[in-house]
Design a protein around this ligand. Structure first.
Ligand SMILES: *Cc1c(COP(=O)(O)O)cnc(C)c1O
Length: 452
């Protein structure tokens, strides 16, 4: 073991001791496993063992999450951390984290304060809702809403809305984990008002509507829209809760987003509560925002679960800053996600051409560089049918797009593109001006590696 650790440190002197030791331990564990499995030859090779230990150690010592360059064109990419925070929001989080604050103190009388009240106040001002609440993420908002308003009872959901938003959020499972019985109404493709009316019984606590965030239904389909569902709720005295998934608090003119993402309008159309993510179209930190009726929000706030799902001070500071930017009409200027959504295609094209010029310079005749029109996705379960016009720089090299994409991912500052036909496409809509040089450096490295 100590000889292996020395071998790791000889290969990578800059590695911290804990990582070298842990890498060596893991490599030995694997080698023993391989020996027990009968694959003796490979495991006995000292050099290979040291190389493996060094690679494991380097992986362990790498900070996480690491910065990457998003050239996929997907603005709200869940795997890449969704919305990029505004610089001011990130600074607010830094300040909240690096000094004491009045997080739960009222500075006027020195008494205990409410950590969320000032931010909830901003949510109310901007949305016109009666009340607002915010928790750790939208899944938590759904869990808290259902658990507070329907525990031990039934909620009605259309079979066309029993969606999965990426492995860990599935409507039937989250309903169940809130201690609520799910009553499915309608069919996969068609649900009618009568389906809801027939399913309502003495145990029904609320009507739950879920936005189909990541797919569309076309063909022989029918759904009960929000005003119709709200009418049924009023008729039977049942609250209507909508999981909007991705919502905005201001109308984003100049973007092709459908009107239904505008959260305050969902309340006007009859939802008693609407919840959505902070780090999707809102353009803020990870959070779950809930807007709606004061009595329902009060029940959520009083639920002991609210404490378990509450926002931490850094997120709260970033959210508060983001809401102030929205209130002051600075969304397009200050929030990177909103800016990327609203950027005119001509400006995206100009950046694509500047990138292409830099790439052509490093590529020489090792790759063919071209600038082409294409379409970007909003992502983040925001608007599955919506595409944004964009421009991409395509790179065609002898090694093929998959190999090139892998090399760019392995760059010191990893670059993520998308593969289109036989080329790697780098989408300028999600690239920042100050990242173009990093993309050129990554391409230079990738092409040098493939020529070796
Ligand atoms: C994204 C999404 C969620 C989950 O939101 P998180 O903030 O990731 O927890 C839940 N419901 C819908 C409809 C969504 O689109």
């Amino acid at each position: 073991m100590s000889r292996l650790i020395d071998a790791v440190r000889a290969r990578q002197p800059a590695l911290p001791t804990w990582a070298a030791a842990e890498g060596a331990r893991l490599a030995l564990e694997r080698a023993r496993g391989a020996l027990a499995g009968g694959a003796g030859g490979e495991a006995a090779d000292r050099d290979a063992l040291a190389a493996q230990a060094a690679a494991l150690a380097a992986g362990l010592a790498t900070p996480h999450p690491r910065r990457v360059v998003n050239a996929t064109g997907v603005i709200l990419h869940t795997n890449l951390g969704r919305a990029v925070l505004a610089e001011g929001a990130a600074r607010a989080a830094f300040e909240a984290a690096s000094a004491y604050s009045d997080l739960e103190l009222d500075l006027r009388d020195g008494d205990r304060g409410d950590r969320l009240a000032p931010t909830a106040r901003k949510l109310v001002s901007i949305s016109g809702a009666e009340a607002a609440h915010a928790v750790n993420n939208n899944a938590a908002a759904v869990l808290l809403a259902l658990g507070s308003l329907a525990a031990g009872r039934e909620v009605l959901v259309s079979r066309g809305e029993l969606v999965e938003i990426g492995g860990s959020f599935r409507v039937p499972e989250i309903v169940k984990s809130a201690g609520v019985r799910l009553v499915e109404v309608g069919t996969t493709n068609r649900t009618h008002p009568e389906d809801y009316r027939r399913a309502i019984g003495p145990q029904t606590a609320l009507l739950f509507k879920v936005h189909r965030s990541n797919f569309e239904q076309r063909g022989f389909v029918a759904e009960v829209d929000l005003p119709e569902l709200a009418a049924i709720g009023r008729e039977r005295g049942l609250p209507v809760v909508e999981d909007l998934g991705s919502g905005t608090l201001v109308e984003l003119a100049g973007t092709p987003l459908p009107h239904e993402v505008f959260a305050p309008d969902r309340l006007r159309r009859g939802a008693d509560l609407v919840c959505f993510s902070g780090d999707k179209l809102l353009g803020g930190p990870q959070a779950g925002i809930v807007l709606g009726r004061r009595d329902l929000i009060e029940r959520m706030r009083k639920n002991p679960l609210a404490r378990a799902l509450r926002l931490d001070k850094m997120t709260l500071a970033a959210l508060d800053w983001t809401l102030a930017a929205l209130l002051e009409g600075r969304a397009e200027r200050d929030l990177p996600a909103v800016r990327a959504l609203a950027e005119p295609v001509a400006s995206v094209e100009a950046r694509a051409r500047r990138l292409a010029a830099q790439l052509a310079e490093v590529a020489g005749d090792a790759a063919a560089i071209a600038v082409e029109p294409d379409a970007s996705a909003v992502g983040g379960g925001a608007a599955p049918g919506v595409v944004l016009d964009t421009w991409v720089v395509t790179v065609r090299s002898r090694s093929g797009p998959d190999r090139l994409a892998a090399r760019l991912r392995g760059a010191p500052l990893p670059v993520l593109g998308r593969i289109r036909d036989d080329a790697l496409a780098l989408d300028a809509r999600t690239l920042r001006e100050d990242e173009l040089g990093a993309v050129a450096d990554a391409l230079a490295g990738a092409l040098a590696a493939s020529s070796r």
